[in-house]
Write a protein that binds this ligand. Structure first.
Ligand SMILES: Nc1ncnc2c1ncn2[C@@H]1O[C@H](COP(=O)(O)OP(=O)(O)OP(=O)(O)O)[C@@H](O)[C@H]1O
Length: 640
């Protein structure tokens, strides 16, 4: 009941269509019984029998013609009303499907990083496709079938009862047995059908993971194991399909047998009524009775199906409700977010910020002030909280205690849209869309003025779709690519900026992917630019070019560069060093080297490594030394 209550707001949007459709089903069902009435009149007229109906007396050839026309007209009318029903209910169910899908996607877009950290993509996809399909089936096919069954039974029993109460009682006695058996079989079919669907989902997920992880599979030469796993799953699917066919196949045969039995009993009793009766039960009436009963065969068969469809639809709706009920921890809080804040300069301040995940403290009492236009370097061992620091600025999460401010405003008072419009982040593992390089770089352009998509409203009469810009401003895209040191690479591609990337940008090298992400971040002219270990996959020459570009970008904006290489950080206006979530050192490169702490030690090791690298082939990279250092205990003097 609760599921129906929550579904009502969507059904309400199309209540007129559903109502007209349902009335049409009832009319079609009633009219559908008329042909048997005309047949009865003809038979009784021709055989000279007269029943209570005066119309059967003294039939003429032209009357037979009229009855024949009546049959055609009744069938045509029933067909017309069925058509009206389909147009109304089936279209309404499709429209409801569209509206629910639109609203869920809208809702999912508003959920935050903690939600997506926990959610499984496959599960979300399955709910948006499989579960939504089951709800649509319940509202479309299910709804009209329920009314079809109820009205079909009601009208048929009314007619049968008026013809012979004795025969109707026999049918009523047999009906529970027939419907019960068919429902049992339909339940079995539904259960086995669900098992097939579950296996289908698993097999699809397996294939998807295999294709996405093709490079890992090839890299580890595990194709044979993958083929074996897939074969086992495929075999299981075959087994479940065969188990379904084993019940599905005999259903119609059982149905035929049961109906045959019922008709046998009815012929036995009906024949006696005609032979031994007082003439009030005629051959025509018997024929009409049998014909009407035959019309119930399909609704009887459907009872079990519809129970299954409704059960599936309701449980799928509950799964969709779970998505609707999910709430973002981070959101614009009513009464707190100030819509008057529309632009940001880029002053950043962390004031006694602590972040805890359960028992774990990942940032502890961090205080830091970064005036707009500062180039800030952030370094520290793996897991020291560098990424979390950046995530607090875009409110991917809120601090457990303390305040993060931008331009003096607590970030929780800045509308999320304004905040994220003015801060660009290049994450550690950039995600690229299966689209052209131009669209990947221009991804964040032209979105500010798009109108909000209305939710909870009917699609009927909705305003035309807004013009969503598909082609970004190419001058800005080219300039961003140049600043990110990517322009030369793109020009070498056969299709230049129109080159379409594979999923997750797999046609690019790691360094090219990072630079595409940097270009995407700077193309929007953000007030604050955060680069999270974004130069780790490029060589020192490319790094120098990107840093030159960034210095151009940095004029007038705040750049926060998270990294491990001293060569990347040394020209920053300020450098902070984190360790175990605490800010342990802060100053310029020269200050920190002179202080002889953790930073100075990294600098010394990396310089040593690069000197050796210059003289000696075997030394691979300065980062090796930095990595080695990360696993060493901190120099005592650095830990204040
Ligand atoms: N969603 C989360 N749930 C629980 N712990 C988390 C979560 N996100 C980050 N952490 C933990 O917070 C700590 C800091 O993580 P963070 O990503 O900021 O490290 P980092 O300094 O950027 O490291 P790296 O240099 O390896 O990128 C880590 O110990 C990490 O395991």
């Amino acid at each position: 009941m609760d599921s129906l209550r929550t579904l009502w707001p969507y059904l309400r949007l199309h209540r007129r269509q559903y109502l007209i459709g349902l009335v049409a089903v009832v009319i079609a069902n009633s009219v559908n019984l008329l042909p048997w009435y005309f047949i009865r009149l003809t038979i009784d007229g021709v055989t000279g029998q007269t029943d209570a109906d005066a119309a059967t007396a003294g039939i003429t050839a032209s009357q037979v013609g009229l009855y024949a026309l009546g049959i055609v007209a009744a069938s045509a009318t029933a067909g017309l009303f069925m058509l009206i029903m389909r147009r109304m209910i089936v279209i309404a169910s499709r429209q409801t499907e569209y509206e629910v899908r639109r609203d869920i996607f809208h809702h999912l877009q508003g959920l935050d990083k903690p939600y997506y950290d926990r959610a499984r993509t496959g599960d979300l996809m399955n709910r948006l496709t499989g579960d939504l399909g089951a709800v649509r089936e319940m509202l479309g096919f299910g709804a009209w079938q329920i009314v079809n069954i109820v009205s079909g039974f009601a009208t048929a029993f009314a007619v049968m009862f008026s013809l012979s109460w004795q025969l109707t009682l026999i049918v009523l006695a047999l009906l529970p047995i027939i419907v019960g058996l068919l429902t049992y079989m339909a339940r079995q079919i539904n259960r086995r059908h669900t098992h097939v669907q579950e296996q289908n989902s698993l097999i699809a997920a397996k294939a998807q993971e295999n294709f996405s992880g093709a490079r890992v599979v090839k890299g580890y030469a595990t194709e044979d194991r993958e083929i074996g796993d897939y074969r086992a799953m495929n075999l299981e699917l075959l087994r479940r399909n065969i188990s379904l066919i084993k019940v599905d196949g005999p259903l119609r045969s059982v149905m035929n047998l049961l109906l045959g039995l019922a008709f046998g009993v009815i012929l036995l009793v009906g024949g006696r009524l005609i032979l031994n009766g007082d003439g009030t039960f005629t051959i025509g009436m018997f024929t009409q009775f049998v014909g009407t009963l035959e019309r119930l065969a399909f609704p009887m068969l459907m009872v079990g199906w519809i129970t299954g469809i409704t059960q599936r639809g309701l449980s799928s709706w509950l799964r969709l409700r779970e998505l609707f009920d999910a709430r973002a921890l981070v959101r614009d809080e009513r009464g707190r977010a100030n819509p008057g804040i529309q632009t940001l300069r880029g002053d950043v301040e962390f004031d006694g910020v602590t972040v805890r995940y359960g028992e774990r403290t990942v940032l502890e009492d961090v205080s830091l002030s970064v005036p707009a236009g500062t180039f800030l370097g952030v370094t520290g061992p793996t897991g020291s909280g560098k990424t979390v620091l950046g995530q607090l600025l875009t409110r991917s999460m809120d601090p457990t205690s303390g305040v993060v401010r931008v331009d003096g405003h607590d970030v929780r008072t800045i509308p999320l849209r304004t905040l994220r419009d003015h801060i660009s982040v290049v994450p550690q593992e950039p995600f690229l869309f299966s689209d052209s390089i131009a669209n990947n770089i221009g991804f964040g352009l032209g979105n500010r003025d798009l109108p909000e998509v209305p939710t909870g409203v009917s699609v009927v009469g909705a305003p035309p779709l807004p013009d969503i810009p598909q082609n970004p401003d190419m001058d800005r895209v080219r300039n961003a690519a140049r600043l990110a040191g990517l322009a030369g690479d793109v020009e070498d591609f056969p299709q230049g900026y129109d080159t379409v990337l594979g999923e997750r940008g797999v046609t690019l090298s790691g360094g090219q992917r990072q630079r595409t992400a940097i270009a995407r971040a700077i193309v929007r002219d953000p007030a604050i630019l955060i680069l999270d270990d974004s130069l780790s996959a490029v060589d020192t020459e490319t790094e120098r070019r990107i840093l030159d570009g960034l210095r151009e970008v940095a004029r007038g904006r705040t750049v926060i560069l998270i990294g491990h290489r001293i060569s990347t950080l040394r020209h920053a206006d300020q450098i902070v060093v984190l360790d175990g979530g605490r800010l342990i050192e802060q100053g310029t490169h020269d200050d920190l080297v002179a202080a002889g702490g953790h930073y100075a030690e990294i600098e010394r090791l990396q310089r040593l490594a690069s000197d050796l690298d210059a003289d000696d082939e075997p030394i691979r990279d300065a980062e090796v030394a930095a990595d080695a250092l990360e696993h060493q205990p901190m120099p005592q003097e650095a830990v204040k």
